[in-house]
Design a protein around this ligand. Structure first.
Ligand SMILES: O=C(O)CCC(=O)C(=O)O
Ligand SMILES: [Fe+2]
Length: 268
């Protein structure tokens, strides 16, 4: 398990990586159905399923073909710090190119490699639940920008056809694929071009010690998850030195200790 040599090479070179078709067709159908209801008829769902990653979409929290990649590119101790879903119709977009460049010095976003190990900051995993073709308007990336030392140049920031950077890349993949990218990579969610909507779950994972997004996953959604999935939302700390030896904020400790809490501070 873990990244293959080719995946490691590709992710380091470009800043993104696809693992095609890691979900079963039953999983895809059930998650799409949940997202349809979240976006169109949320009251029909029980409160604990009214946002991702719950119910059918909770399989995405700790999918083995995702977690092994994250352990190789972030480290052994990770959290899930944000999750949202998209039901994007033709003509709708997330927005323009953003990120990339010198913010790699930042510990939240930074991308570093030492002694053959990748240490990425936040990593976004896009679960595509629709077939995506290169021209359809899936997530686009300025490849290599996760390591660039200068701010993104305006000549490379256009999404307009004919004005796009030669370094702008997207992907094609079947429904059920996972697209990983370091949040330090300059990226965009451009206008979706197909009649069939783009249905996607986007999870942001980070090192256990960091927390960028204020938590938006509703408390009842987290409360409805099994303990081993709640563990991905445990508080962001590594060691408690009030005990001897120090207590480490491991997955196992969280699962075996009913007292340890998830990060549930949602106050505005
Ligand atoms: O919608 C997309 O394809 C990209 C989303 C994005 O930029 C993000 O979640 O950071
Ligand atoms: Fe983004």
């Amino acid at each position: 398990m873990g990244l293959t040599e080719e995946e490691r090479f590709r992710f380091d070179l470009t800043g993104f990586l696809i693992r095609p078709a890691i979900l079963t067709s039953a999983e895809i159908t059930e998650i799409r159905d949940q997202i349809y209801h979240i976006r169109h008829d949320v009251e029909s769902l029980p409160p604990e399923h009214r946002a991702v990653p719950s119910g059918p979409s909770s399989v995405l929290i700790d999918h083995p073909k995702v977690i092994d990649v994250l352990h190789d590119i972030i480290g052994p101790d990770i959290r899930l710090e944000n999750s949202y879903c998209v039901w994007r119709r033709k003509g709708e977009a997330h927005g323009d190119l953003h990120g990339g460049g010198p913010q790699q010095a930042d510990p939240i976003f930074g991308y570093r490699v030492r002694e053959g190990r990748i240490h990425a900051g936040m990593v976004r995993v896009v679960f595509e639940l629709t077939d995506v073709g290169k021209e359809d308007g899936g997530t686009h990336f300025i490849v290599g920008s996760h390591k660039s030392n200068f701010p993104m140049h305006p000549d490379h920031l256009s999404l307009e056809p004919g004005k796009r950077s030669p370094f702008l890349m997207s992907y094609d993949c079947p429904a059920g694929s996972a697209v990983f990218f370091t949040e330090n990579l300059c990226h965009a969610g451009p206008m979706w071009q197909r009649e069939e909507p783009r249905v996607t779950v986007l999870n942001a994972y980070a090192h256990l010690a960091t927390h960028w997004h204020r938590l938006t996953v509703p408390p009842e959604v987290i409360a409805g998850l099994p303990r081993e999935k709640q563990a991905y939302f445990r508080e962001p700390w590594i060691a408690d030195f009030r005990t001897r030896p120090a207590t480490h904020n491991t997955m196992e400790r969280f699962i075996n200790n009913d007292e340890s809490s998830v990060n549930t501070d949602h106050r505005p």
